[in-house]
Ligand binder design. Structure first.
Ligand code: ADP
Ligand code: MG
Length: 256
């Protein structure tokens, strides 16, 4: 039914040196695979997380190595951290000066990553978690959800800057497709679709298509895409086909 497997070829799988990177189970060990210290420190000392959950262990390593990820894991298994860690690390790779929290003013076209979430509450929760993770850095996190003034969130993004934008499909589509908003993402490095099944249940198909169209072409700006979902029905697989790079992705399914 799914016909959606890891893109690693059989030959690569047999060659142990090219097989998937060593799985990491403790956040502190991210230091040894080159994750920025400012980020590891925020997780282990700031948020006091020690051991990874299964979905974190299975998706953080491939995502750090640059692969797209499609992951199915139940609610409450820690998916938020699973995508925020590699995304924030990628932003720091792209703009190393952001590893210093004293970095100055940023510009509205600095958006490096976008996270799409089905509801305001979830988007705000992700925004809060991300803000804790970037506490030692100059990365600016902004949340754009419906029910707030569009002008106000635009103003905030312009004044404070925005490297990581979290939002609901409607508001993100509105911002990205409005030429006068000044919100474009020409340097987009990473895109995450969280709770993909719920977004489709709510009927956000058109908004998601609109966001995809408004983003820079993946051939011009290499973009990493991560898709997380509690369930993996056909329509979510279809969504993954539209967004995920078929030549370089990992499909992860956790049991508990
Ligand atoms: P999901 O998105 O899969 O439903 P969340 O990312 O919201 O799950 O995480 C559920 C809860 O587990 C949150 O309160 C979060 O802070 C906590 N959590 C996530 N990862 C860990 C971890 N590695 N160790 C301890 N608690 C964690
Ligand atoms: Mg979640």
């Amino acid at each position: 039914l799914l016909r959606f497997y890891s893109s690693e070829s059989a030959a690569e799988k047999e060659d142990s040196s090219a097989s998937s990177p060593t799985l990491i189970t403790k956040f502190a060990d991210l230091d040894s695979v080159g994750v920025h210290h400012a980020l590891v420190d925020a997780i282990t000392r700031g948020m006091k997380y020690e051991n990874m959950t299964d979905v974190q262990t299975m998706t953080i390593s491939p995502a750090l190595s640059g692969k797209d990820v499609v992951a199915q894991a139940k609610t409450g298994t820690g998916k938020t951290l699973a995508f925020l860690v590699p995304i924030i690390n990628r932003i720091l790779d792209a703009q190393p000066q952001l590893a210093d929290r004293r970095v100055g003013r940023t510009r509205p076209d600095d958006i490096r990553a976008i996270i799409i979430s089905p509801t305001r509450e979830l988007a705000e929760q992700i925004g809060l978690e991300a803000t804790k993770l970037v506490q030692n850095t100059g990365i600016r996190v902004q949340t754009a959800v419906g029910g707030t003034q569009k002008r106000q969130s635009l103003y905030k993004m312009r004044i404070e800057g925005c490297h990581l934008l979290v939002g609901t499909p409607g508001r993100l589509h509105d911002l990205l497709s409005d030429g006068s908003s000044g919100i474009a993402a020409p340097k987009l490095e990473a895109l995450c679709l969280d709770e993909a099944d719920r977004m489709l249940d709510v009927g956000f198909d058109d908004e998601l298509d609109g966001i995809l169209k408004a983003l820079p072409d993946r051939r011009d700006v290499p973009r990493q895409t991560l898709l997380y979902s509690a369930t993996m029905p056909k329509n979510v697989v279809g969504l993954a086909r539209k967004y995920i790079n078929p030549a370089n992705f990992e499909f992860v399914q956790t049991i508990k």
